[in-house]
Design a protein around this ligand. Structure first.
Ligand code: URA
Ligand code: CA
Length: 442
């Protein structure tokens, strides 16, 4: 029998918690026998004292087993899941899912809804008329077996410990702790049932991790947890100091995904999808050679096969596949306003979080968990860091349904762009890859 104040005291002094103590805490919290105030104190102690790899893995597993464990074994082949730590305008999953599925990788994707300035893949897909992400367990598995891919909202009973802990962290200023983030993410991936995991750990102004070193630490810890938990994990460290690609919103990110699958996407987004896609093919044992995998993905885009797969996925989940050919079938905002450069120069920086917040306040995201999303609104950006602009040139476009917010959003968007009179280097998108054998800087 354990005594909660003693466990808090131990962590307060920087000592290591045992597996039994961690199990006791997580189970007690989920069952309701340990109150919020004791867990709050423990979270703050963890925030300051940290946890080592073994403690973090034990916390991850205790959380994962707090609810339903998804069984993907009825799906043939090696199942690989891809997860991003969250960013602005992250359209990757919308492109990656059909892309890898078109070359034979089976994808059973459970995805979240957006909260705050980060968008959720489920919300983006639901901007397609008819599209439903509420697949029950059997439908989900059957769809993956027949179509090759399915995307479902996270089941209510997946990792209840994380739902409770995350809500508590949110109001006790303990979100930004590396072991707590790592266990939160990995518990959901492990309960989600994939054999192997690819993580996109983002850093920069639009991400949880503001700098490269912290992102590297988070990525390395999650790879280690994956290894200790018997799920091979690869982590990439990628840039989120400016929005990814050009669209920030919901229906416009569907357009962006379609454009990318038609071979007309922005190269930032495309390069990320090709890297993750070829890595997924290797992990899924569809292709041994990474460069061959890359060639196959490019060929699938060129031939239209990847776009056709996206249509097939949309149809199989009740959506209207013609939206990919005729974008006017997607929800459209009533008002548009172009944002123009006020001087000649080069784009030095784009404040991703500021744009994420503008997009959220236009209605593309949620401020509170039960807010309703407006699928049509958002921001198109036309210039990225290092691009040259001339005075009067259009750098972005605001899409709004509330006319009152139009001018405010345009002013905020203009202010998010920083200009330089001297040329600026392009930002690297993929910075490093972490596997169990170590870090490779790219
Ligand atoms: N994403 C999660 O799922 N959990 C965290 O703690 C942070 C980001
Ligand atoms: Ca985007």
């Amino acid at each position: 029998m354990f005594f909660v104040p003693e466990i808090i005291e131990k962590k307060k002094r920087g000592l290591k918690l045992s597996k039994e103590e961690i199990d006791f805490i997580v189970n007690g919290y989920v069952e309701g026998s340990i109150p919020d105030y004791q867990i709050s104190a423990l979270l703050m102690a963890i925030y300051f004292r940290g946890m080592d790899e073994e403690e973090t893995t034990n916390l991850t597993l205790a959380m994962a087993y707090s609810g339903e464990m998804v069984d993907l074994s009825p799906i043939r082949g090696v199942k690989v899941d891809k997860h991003s730590t969250g960013g602005i305008a992250d359209t990757t999953t919308l492109v990656l899912l059909p892309l890898v599925s078109s070359v034979g990788v089976k994808v059973a994707k459970m995805s979240g809804r957006g909260l705050g300035h980060t968008g959720g893949t489920v919300d983006k897909l639901e901007s397609i008329p008819g599209f439903k992400c509420e697949l029950d367990g059997k439908d989900f598995i059957d769809t993956v077996n027949t179509v090759g891919a399915a995307i479902a909202g996270q089941s209510k009973n997946l990792v209840p410990a994380d739902k409770m802990l995350y809500a508590l962290r949110d109001v006790t200023a303990t979100v930004d702790s590396i072991p707590l983030i790592a266990s939160s993410i990995m518990s959901k991936k492990i309960a989600g049932g994939a054999d192997k995991i690819i993580l996109d750990v983002k850093f920069g102004s639009g991400a949880f991790m503001k700098n490269y070193e912290n992102a590297l630490e988070l990525g390395s810890l999650m790879v280690k947890i994956g290894e200790l938990a018997g799920r091979e994990t690869v982590a990439y460290i990628t840039d989120m100091d400016q929005p990814l690609g050009l669209a920030i919103g919901n229906s416009i990110e569907v357009i962006e995904a379609a454009e990318t699958l038609k071979g007309r996407g922005h190269e930032d987004l495309l390069s990320l999808c090709l890297e993750f896609g070829s890595e997924m093919m290797v992990l899924a044992e569809i292709e041994k050679d990474k460069s061959k995998a890359l060639e196959r993905l490019k060929a699938s885009i060129d031939s239209g096969k990847a776009l056709d797969k996206f249509k097939e996925i949309i149809s199989s989940q009740g959506g209207e596949p013609r939206v990919l050919d005729d974008y006017s079938l997607l929800p459209k905002a009533n008002f548009e306003l172009e944002v123009r450069a006020q001087a000649d120069g080069f784009i030095k920086q784009i404040d991703a979080i500021r744009l994420g917040l503008v997009s959220m306040k236009l209605g593309a995201g949620r401020q509170k968990k039960d807010d309703i999303i407006d699928p049509a609104v958002g921001i198109w950006i036309y210039k990225k860091v290092s691009d040259k602009v001339t005075k009067g040139e259009c750098i972005a476009k605001i899409l709004a349904n509330d006319k009152e917010k139009l001018t405010w959003a345009a002013d905020e968007t203009r202010a998010a762009f920083e200009f330089s009179s001297k040329p600026i280097a392009r930002r690297k998108v993929i910075w490093a890859k972490i596997t169990k054998s170590g870090v490779t800087e790219l």
